[in-house]
Design a protein around this ligand. Structure first.
Ligand SMILES: Nc1nc2c(c(=O)[nH]1)N[C@H]1C(S)=C(S)[C@@H](COP(=O)(O)OP(=O)(O)OC[C@H]3O[C@@H](n4cnc5c(=O)[nH]c(N)nc54)[C@H](O)[C@@H]3O)O[C@H]1N2
Ligand SMILES: Nc1nc2c(c(=O)[nH]1)N[C@H]1C(S)=C(S)[C@@H](COP(=O)(O)OP(=O)(O)OC[C@H]3O[C@@H](n4cnc5c(=O)[nH]c(N)nc54)[C@H](O)[C@@H]3O)O[C@H]1N2
Ligand code: SF4
Ligand SMILES: [Mo]
Length: 747
């Protein structure tokens, strides 16, 4: 909307109303056993109430109860006992979700970018004005370039409401970081093997497993609630854990075997495990004959991939490779080679996931107790609305170079927004909701170019995150504790549904996502798609269709539904019948072969760091979710910045000690905005350094997060794109250390 280059605007330049709130309510929350367990403190006062919700602090969506006191203030959030995602307990982030509501740095009122004295600033606006402007701009862009040229970048629950709005006006130009930057490669790799996506939550029968193999996946720091609880249970039951990780993760520290692999070489290890299982006769050949396709080809394929061959590549000793292969075979079929979740690592990620899927196939764990259960979902009836128009092109056209792309690729939507990079289909405007693409998309150069080129950018967020500063219009959404959202329908051992409803009215001048989408829709002449006054009517209608009601769900929060698809596992001797081309587990992928890719995974070497550089790897901290919790008053109390894990050998070479601060500089000469303090530890190999993702915020308006720690995304300028499904491999970046930004210290 502004013709000149779109400048980042610090929200702090405008006076925002209503800032006086939080101090008192913060104190209140601290005295309430916020981080205590669920039965810590019973609320007896009849005036105290609880309202069902499901958590939005991460995407596991645990169901819980928001408790309010007699003044109607939120006291605490506890898990719902009946919820299979949390078994009655929230993780520290879920309990601290209250901080999202209380954060005094929240977005408080709509903002519109304008030019004042040659400078771009935000001015406060009414909802009326902001929504009118958006509808006017969207209508104009639709008339000039087609509805398809307006793209939706989204993540999390509010995305759904805007997806409906976009489909109603004719755009399926959509992307979310939870695919290409996260779990896309495993969906493609497992689908090529078993015919279906893994999905969320993963149908891993961890509770009953005898052997859990974690390739990187760092459950325990990755706090996916029910998985963490089930892993603890499995360990108590004597299950053995095998963790393959260049770092001694929390999971590795609880494991029977820790394989400190050289980063980027996992495929070699996986192939050598196949070699041992096949050539040491550790497999059930009758099962393989009945249920798999391509065993003979696989056998030939892995003939030379011996543990001795893999040792030279991975640094894992042949004896250890043989021993762990036997451990898996002894546990089979109650064994899980866990698919992981954030798997966009090195660009050959679909093939690494294929190798993991093949191992599960060989060991017979698909559809078996202690392996992968046969999940069952539940389809919530669709609230009636007119048919969506057919867009002329969609995200699929933007992803056409990646034959197995199963969802919109954020980076391709971004590329299509840059005139000199885009092809036939051009993107002119974005609506960004619930995703902070300044932190979650690698290759920020592209993101910045796209933002500059856009005609119009709307951001719907709860916090003044990095992306907000680039918006033409900012819309403040209220937090999940203050709104209704769609019914959470979950695939687990048994299906279940959960309700989210407001426990308190929206604070400041913020509004729920459903309301914002409806308001924009109505202003664009799409009112018939939003045929309700309040979203609770939609939910009630849907629940009535299935013999429940809003009233019932308000009282119980979670409803567990009976299985309809039959048993949780295949019966003894029952043959698999899968939606693959062959109907069997495809050890040799007919689909990959048909699309011109290697039908069986191969190891290819990756770039090595130059002298004085170390591979940058990253992960999660139990008390934070990406950048979304970096300013949360309760969670910053627990941890307010990340550190750089460094092996003592490296520290000695450089003369560094724990606590010393350094800037990082990557292979392309990019330096971090802030320094990061070193943590010297034996828990990481010498050839890599490790940090938690989500820190190093550059926006001063995030008063607790600003300048704390460093941002991994800044260092990720080399992106290895997966040719099969378009995942953005982010771990082929190398860093060195400088004491002052600009001035190098010598090793
Ligand atoms: N607390 C918390 N939990 C979360 C999240 C959060 O933000 N906070 N986010 C959630 C989301 S969306 C996701 S996708 C998941 C991600 O969680 P995971 O799927 O567990 O994440 P990964 O990135 O695969 O795993 C990081 C681990 O990989 C190791 N690693 C690095 N390079 C290599 C390598 O070359 N080989 C091997 N074998 N290991 C390597 C790192 O040392 C680190 O321990 O976490 C989820 N859970
Ligand atoms: N460098 C690097 N990049 C990564 C990863 C990594 O480990 N390292 N991990 C990747 C993975 S696995 C994933 S899944 C993605 C995640 O990527 P994102 O989804 O972009 O993750 P967040 O940083 O949490 O950004 C969420 C945004 O939503 C806002 N928000 C929170 N709650 C609400 C709400 O209720 N309504 C609205 N409207 N907004 C809300 C937050 O303020 C924040 O701006 O990142 C990927 N990118
Ligand atoms: S795992 Fe934690 S943060 Fe994620 S939804 Fe559950 S309680 Fe919330
Ligand atoms: Mo993710």
């Amino acid at each position: 909307m502004i013709s000149t280059r779109r400048q980042f605007i610090k929200i702090s330049t405008v006076g925002l109303g209503g800032a006086a709130v939080a101090a008192s309510s913060l104190k209140l929350a601290h005295g309430t056993g916020l981080f205590g367990s669920d039965d810590d403190e019973q609320i007896n006062d009849l005036k105290n109430k609880r309202f069902p919700t499901y958590c939005e602090v991460c995407f596991w969506k645990c169901a819980g109860w928001t408790h309010t006191n007699d003044k109607g203030e939120i006291q605490k959030i506890l898990g719902n006992e009946k919820d299979p995602h949390c078994y009655g307990r929230l993780c520290p982030r879920g309990t601290g979700g209250l901080g999202m509501y209380q954060d005094e740095d929240r977005l408080k009122t709509p903002l519109i970018r304008e030019e004042k004295g040659g400078k771009q600033v935000f001015r406060e606006a009414t909802w009326e004005e902001a929504l009118d402007l958006i509808a006017k701009k969207f209508k104009k862009i639709k008339a000039d370039n087609g509805a398809e040229s307006i793209a939706l970048l989204k993540h999390g629950t509010p995305g759904k409401h805007f997806e409906h709005l976009f489909e109603a006006f004719g755009s399926e130009t959509v992307g979310e970081p939870a695919y290409a930057q996260c779990r896309g490669p495993r969906e493609a790799g497992f689908a090529a093997t078993f015919g279906s996506w893994i999905g969320s939550p993963e149908p891993t029968d961890i509770r009953d497993t005898k052997c859990l193999v974690l390739i990187g996946s760092h459950i325990g720091e990755n706090m996916h609630n029910s998985q963490v609880q089930e892993m603890a249970q499995a360990i108590d039951n004597g299950a053995s854990i095998i963790t393959v990780d260049p770092r001694l993760s929390t999971a590795a520290s609880k494991s029977k075997f820790w394989l400190p692999i050289k980063p980027a070489t996992d495929i070699a290890l996986l192939l050598s495990w196949m070699n041992v299982l096949i050539y040491d006769n550790l497999l059930d050949l009758d099962y393989i004959k009945d249920n798999t396709y391509g065993f003979e080809q696989l056998k030939e394929h892995v003939r030379n991939f011996t543990p001795e061959w893999a040792y030279n590549i991975t640094n894992i000793k042949p004896g250890m490779i043989r021993k762990t292969a036997r451990e898996m075979a002894n546990a089979a079929p109650a064994v899980i080679i866990h698919p992981g979740r954030h798997v966009a690592w090195y660009g050959d990620d679909t093939q690494r996931e294929r190798a993991m899927a093949i191992l599960n196939g060989l060991l017979g764990s698909w559809g078996k107790r202690g392996g992968f259960y046969l999940k069952e979902g539940f389809k919530v009836p669709k609230y009636p609305h007119p048919k969506y128009p057919h867009p002329k092109w969609t995200w699929r056209d933007l992803a056409k170079d990646y034959p197995l792309a199963g969802m919109g690729l954020t980076q391709e939507v971004i590329r299509a927004s840059i005139p000199e990079e885009s092809g036939e289909h051009k993107v002119k405007a974005w609506l960004v909701v619930g995703t902070n693409i300044k932190k979650s998309i690698p290759h920020q150069e592209l993101v910045n170019k796209a933002i500059e080129a856009l005609d119009f950018l709307v951001v719907v967020d709860t916090m003044p995150m990095d992306i907000v500063g680039y918006a033409d219009v900012v819309l403040p959404e209220c937090t999940y504790l203050e709104r209704y959202d769609g019914i959470r329908s979950a695939t687990n051992r048994e299906p279940s549904i959960a309700l989210r409803m407001p426990a308190v009215p929206p604070k400041y001048n913020s509004k729920p996502g459903w309301w914002i989408a409806k308001q924009i829709g109505e202003r664009m002449g799409l009112g018939e798609y939003f045929n309700y006054e309040d979203f609770s009517e939609v939910i009630d209608w849907q629940l009535q269709q299935i013999g429940s009601s809003l009233e019932e769900m308000q009282a119980i929060g979670v409803k567990n539904l009976p299985r309809k698809s039959g048993s949780l596992y295949f019966a003894e001797g029952e043959k698999v019948n899968l939606p693959t081309n062959s109907g069997k587990i495809e050890l040799y992928s007919t689909e990959l072969a048909a699309k011109g890719f290697d039908p069986m995974p191969l190891y290819t070497p990756h770039a090595e760091p130059e002298e004085g550089f170390y591979r940058l790897i990253y992960g999660r901290a139990p008390m934070h979710t990406f950048s979304r919790t970096a300013n949360n008053p309760h969670l910053t109390d627990l941890k307010d910045k990340n550190t750089l894990w460094m092996n003592p050998k490296v520290a000695k070479l450089w003369g560094f000690e724990t606590g010393e601060e350094v800037y990082l500089k990557n292979q392309d000469g990019v330096v971090t905005s802030f320094p990061i303090s070193i943590r010297v530890t034996e828990r990481i190999r010498w050839d890599a350094v490790y940090m938690i993702h989500g820190f190093g915020h550059t926006n001063k308006k995030l008063t607790r997060a600003y300048g704390k720690g460093a941002c991994d995304t800044e260092m990720i300028t080399n992106v290895k794109v997966d040719p099969i499904m378009g995942g953005t491999g982010m771990r082929e970046n190398f860093v060195t250390f400088i004491k002052d930004s600009g001035k190098e210290t010598k090793a």
